[in-house]
Write a protein that binds this ligand. Structure first.
Ligand SMILES: [Fe+2]
Ligand SMILES: [Fe+2]
Length: 290
């Protein structure tokens, strides 16, 4: 059983994004819809990533390949850091009045329920599917410069770091799923369909809660949604250009390293290794695009 990762999985700790600083509420170009889209996803990450770790851990004992063992260890360390840093960021949202505590309690309830009713191979398939989605997001957020052009550089750097590490470990859950759990096509696809439906649904429900907390009237919210959904789903919007990357998951024989090349990966690691400054590395990644 050999695992050929394209990039090494490097767990990084203690990155300082300056999240305690004076960051504007609508940090993405003053745009409530775009900002709250990222903010809503951020509220899902800590509980989601803890769940991913648990689901991969279920199979850890059964992994005989030392290389995959090491990758699992590094995957767990990376996701643990993501969970922690997004937790710090989410504390800002809670202070703005967003009920992060309630969102997380609800997430724990749903994910706990899934762990009770589904076989372990299915919750691992759910993890592999979610990892495919995060790898796609890593590409789409930095693919074209205009999306994050007017973002606060600190938050953009947090997402750049997260994107780079999601690319590094994008095959780990998938390899455990196919090589260790030996799950077939059915759990892989059915859980991808579940994630494809539930992830956007939860994100949008949380965004709507955020708009209410922000004091937008229903009329104003309707306008935000109409313009925002058009921006997301219009031809050439955020969603359609990544559709082919999403769909490759459904091809039998697919492997995460077969799809998606992040050409600026080396640029981020080079700047980060040289400067140890995650904001400079984030700026460099953004400037280049993936
Ligand atoms: Fe992550
Ligand atoms: Fe991940």
């Amino acid at each position: 059983m050999s695992v050929d990762a394209k990039y090494p999985i490097v767990p990084r700790q203690g990155l300082d994004f300056g999240l305690e600083g004076d960051i504007p509420k609508y940090w993405l170009g003053g745009d409530p819809f775009k900002t709250r889209l990222f903010d809503a996803m951020s509220t899902l990450f800590p509980e989601g990533e803890k769940f991913f770790i648990t689901c991969v851990r279920d199979y850890r004992e059964r992994v005989s390949d030392p290389e995959l063992q090491q990758q699992i260890k590094d995957f767990i360390r990376q996701e643990g850091q993501h969970s922690m840093v997004h937790g710090q960021f989410n504390a800002r949202l809670q202070a703005q009045g967003v009920r992060v505590d309630r969102i997380e309690a609800r997430m724990r309830q749903i994910l706990g329920f899934l762990r009770r009713i589904l076989p372990r191979s299915f919750t691992l398939a759910q993890t592999a599917a979610a990892e495919h989605m995060t790898a796609i997001m890593a590409h789409s957020f930095f693919h074209r410069r205009e999306l994050l052009e007017h973002a606060d550089p600190r938050i953009r750097a947090m997402y750049a770091w997260h994107a780079v590490e999601e690319i590094e470990h994008k095959a780990v859950a998938f390899d455990v799923l196919t090589k260790v759990a030996k799950a077939g096509y059915f759990p892989r696809i059915v859980m991808m369909l579940y994630v494809s439906l539930m992830f956007p649904l939860h994100t949008m429900l949380i965004m709507n809660h955020m708009f209410q907390v922000d004091g937008f009237s229903w009329r104003h919210r309707a306008g935000l949604w109409l313009r925002g959904l058009w921006w997301l789903y219009r031809p050439g919007g955020l969603y359609l250009p990544v559709l082919p990357h999403y769909l490759v998951y459904f091809i039998p024989g697919y492997h995460p390293w077969k799809a998606g090349h992040m050409k600026s990966y080396e640029r981020w690691t080079e700047v980060y290794t040289r400067t140890r400054d995650p904001i400079a590395a984030g700026d460099a990644l953004h400037a280049m695009g993936v």
